[in-house]
Design a protein around this ligand. Structure first.
Ligand code: NAP
Length: 295
């Protein structure tokens, strides 16, 4: 809740509503990586409400169980498959499982990613590699598998790569993830041109600040340092996960077929924010309460 006396942007429409006609995704299948938690689950839920069968791919059984429960709650057909997107063979196996359950998925939501805040000077090579491997390489491997299967089948498809606004601005405290997301955004633009002739639409979708219960402890503790989550946003509120789901369902819908190579930012203008007066600079170490770097 913001303490500002200004109203900010109006709140989201109620949960359970949709801007698209009921049944927009009847007979369609949507493959969501990382769809058992947080924003991936919220996106999967909105596709499911519009009639889609959902395939969720990620590593942890408890997340896949959560995905099945969430999709069952909205009476959707659901299949889950263990998959590590860093491994192209695991990705191919996941698409085989999806095809067996419902046929080749029509829509891919490339949502899975990894992230944690760390000053760049403290970051280990292993941490850098892990985040880049999941967020950039994994996103490409899943897109590649989806694209190749559609080209072979001669069928159209739609890809949504979930990004982050520090792809444009840089992300102090998130050097690994920001660099990887910049690659993801760039990949949207390249693949949209390469694969448009085959009927494959490729877009990006960037969430702003969307707190949710499934956030990792690292991200939650970072958020805990942001004392006023609503007040620090131009909208004077954070995003509701369903708002991201609505944007995703639009981007892959029949009403957005001529939109490709675009990255849609859903963040209440937070990434455009600049201040008239320049507040003093605080180092990432200080913001994270870390002692001085000693090597
Ligand atoms: P989250 O809850 O931490 O979800 C990440 C998901 O990715 C998990 O379901 C995880 O499942 C899956 N995953 C991680 N590594 C994987 C791997 N190697 N193979 C397959 N799946 C993997 O994060 P979120 O907040 O919902 O974020 C979703 C997307 O939005 C991400 O792309 C994130 O960068 C972006 N984003 C979020 C925010 C926000 O405010 N929440 C802001 C900007 C951007 P398993 O552990 O089961 O593998």
């Amino acid at each position: 809740m913001s303490t500002s006396t200004h109203p900010g942007l109006p709140d989201a429409a109620p949960a359970g509503e949709s801007a698209l006609p009921a049944g927009t995704y009847d007979g369609k299948t949507v493959f969501v990586t990382g769809g058992g938690t947080g924003l991936g689950k919220a996106i999967a839920t909105e596709f499911a409400r519009l009639g889609a069968a959902i395939v969720v791919a990620s590593r942890k059984p408890e997340h896949l169980r959560a995905a099945r429960e969430a999709m069952t709650e909205v009476s959707a057909k659901v299949a889950t498959v263990v998959c590590d997107i860093r491994d192209p063979e695991s990705v191919a196996t996941a698409f085989d499982a999806a095809a067996e359950a419902f046929g080749l998925p029509d829509v891919l939501v490339n949502n899975a990613a990894a992230n944690f805040p760390v000053p760049a000077e403290d970051m280990s090579p292993k941490a850098w590699r892990t985040v880049v491997d999941i967020t950039l390489n994994g996103t490409y491997f899943v897109a590649r598998e989806f694209g190749r299967r559609h080209m072979t089948a001669g069928t159209p498809g739609s890809i949504i790569n979930v990004g982050a606004s520090y792809a444009w601005t840089g992300g102090p405290g998130f050097a690994h993830s920001a660099a990887a997301k910049a690659g993801v955004k760039n990949m949207v633009e390249t693949l949209a041109v390469e694969w448009g002739p085959y009927g494959i639409q490729v877009n990006g979708l960037v969430p702003g600040l969307f707190p949710h219960d499934d956030m990792t402890d690292d991200i939650k503790s970072n958020l805990a340092r942001t004392h006023e989550k609503d007040a620090c946003q131009p909208a004077l509120r954070v995003g509701r996960p369903r708002e991201l789901g609505w944007a995703a369902t639009f981007l892959a819908s029949p009403y957005a077929r001529f939109i490709s190579g675009h990255t849609l930012v859903v963040d209440g203008a937070n990434w455009q924010r600049r201040t008239l007066t320049n507040p003093p600079v605080t180092t990432i170490r200080d913001q994270m309460g870390k002692p001085p770097f000693t090597g």
